[in-house]
Design a protein around this ligand. Structure first.
Ligand SMILES: Cc1cc2nc3c(=O)[nH]c(=O)nc-3n(C[C@H](O)[C@H](O)[C@H](O)COP(=O)(O)OP(=O)(O)OC[C@H]3O[C@@H](n4cnc5c(N)ncnc54)[C@H](O)[C@@H]3O)c2cc1C
Length: 389
């Protein structure tokens, strides 16, 4: 595959590469707690001050107003420079902000967008509930209109970064209990409002990044509703399209780099009999397959970008990228742990390193909609196959 860029895009790439080469933080990103938060916030601030945050966001809200392809070029250079994971800013930058740009009121855009880009406000996503994950339309957290407020009571779960966030994209039921998609409302929740209680959950990797959130008669102004009351499903679908379609584009270069490192490791390392690992047919085949798959992933990422550039919004193709990224990442990390053997344990539990990456790769096939749900979307919306249920 040979992708050609316009001279202006090449120049943009060079500038991005130059800036990243002298600005990527020299210290590793802390994996947990307040240190992680302050690292994420100050790195976001630095990008914003230098004009590298919100490449494709409108200029009036602090963005650069450039094309989605330039946004992708930035992601590619970002990954190539080994710049840190976006972390606590993921929801705000990758899907809350884009949702407000697409469907928020001008007052909501004014209030929130620049704050997100500056790293001044962390956002989280309150969609999943103990009885409503894949079947999001069955959620039960209630929102009752009372004068100028929406009064929210119920519970969310798996809310990433809720314990650090100022705002939440919250989906509640405002219609009758059996109203499914037609009775939902998408509202901006102030995480410090009276009645919000947050309980962090510890993960198998040892980290603590997501939470249960409880709402006890939380009063949110109606001006915080995005779209209309009972029309939150359309807003939520836009949020998920941004989450799946654009948020995973950066992963393609990161995975390609990791495949190259693993190939180098297999060339440099010998087995117990002193033979290079790369000499084994099975290892060679697995590595060749991985390299072919990261190349295919890059083509998919470009297809998503060109679709989004035409329609203004990522479509069902985003589900292809998300599904592919999570499968590829699991295969890659499994092979890494296998080839490194006991060396992979030296990095320790809960730290960066192959075992942690391997464990984390399973979360990617659940977060933002499971792989089974991505397959349903691809079958339904892209292949137009009959529904399975
Ligand atoms: C790291 C991480 C971060 C997360 N962050 C957030 C967050 O910030 N905010 C938030 O709201 N949520 C978050 N989630 C939750 C995530 O969106 C849900 O876990 C996910 O949607 C699946 O829902 P569930 O856990 O209830 O599983 P279930 O929906 O109960 O699914 C259980 C199993 O059944 C399968 N299944 C269900 N329905 C179907 C079907 N129709 N066809 C075929 N198979 C099916 C699923 O694929 C899965 O294997 C996060 C999850 C993870 C892992």
């Amino acid at each position: 595959m040979d992708i050609q860029f316009e001279p202006e895009e090449q120049r943009f790439r060079e500038l991005a590469r130059e800036w990243l080469s002298s600005n990527v933080p020299g210290t590793p990103r802390p994996l947990d707690g307040r240190d992680m938060l302050s690292f994420d916030v100050s790195w976001q601030q630095r990008q914003h001050e230098a004009g590298w945050a919100g490449i494709s966001w409108p200029e009036e809200y602090g963005g650069r107003g450039l094309t989605t392809l330039q946004q992708l070029i930035w992601y590619e250079e970002y990954a190539r420079a080994d710049a840190p994971f976006i972390g606590a800013n993921f929801v705000g930058v990758n899907h809350a902000g884009p949702t407000l740009i697409a469907l928020g009121s001008s007052a909501q855009r004014e209030e929130h967008l620049e704050q997100i880009l500056r790293g001044a406000a962390i956002w989280c996503q309150g969609f999943s509930e103990p009885g409503a994950g894949s079947d999001l339309a069955s959620l039960r957290t209630r929102g009752e209109v009372d004068g100028e407020h929406l009064v929210v009571s119920g519970q969310k779960i798996w809310t990433s970064f809720a314990h650090m966030a100022q705002y939440q994209e919250l989906l509640v039921r405002t219609g009758p209990s059996d109203s499914r998609h037609k009775g939902l409302t998408w509202v901006i929740c102030d995480m410090h409002a009276p009645g919000v209680e947050i309980r962090p959950i510890r993960e198998m990797s040892g980290e603590q990044h997501f939470c249960e959130v409880f709402y006890d008669k939380v009063r949110l102004p109606l001006s915080s509703v995005v779209g209309e009351i009972n029309a939150g499903w359309q807003v939520a679908m836009a949020t998920l399209a941004f989450e799946r379609g654009t948020a995973f584009l950066a992963d393609q270069v990161g995975l390609a780099r990791q495949v190259d490192s693993l190939i180098a490791f297999a060339q440099e390392t010998t087995d117990h009999a002193g033979r290079p690992l790369i000499g084994d047919d099975e290892v060679r085949r697995a590595l060749a397959m991985l390299r072919a798959e990261v190349t295919a992933l890059r083509s998919m990422a470009y297809a998503v970008v060109s679709q989004a550039a035409r329609s203004g919004m990522p479509g069902a193709e985003g589900s292809l990228v998300k599904l592919y990224v999570s499968q590829l990442s699991q295969t890659l990390h499994k092979l890494t742990v296998k080839l490194m053997g006991s060396q992979s344990l030296l990095f320790g539990y809960g730290a960066t390193g192959p075992v942690c990456e391997y464990l984390r790769s399973y979360a990617a096939s659940i977060a933002g909609g499971t792989s089974a749900i991505q397959r349903e979307i691809i079958a339904d919306r892209m292949l137009v196959l009959p529904r399975s249920r």
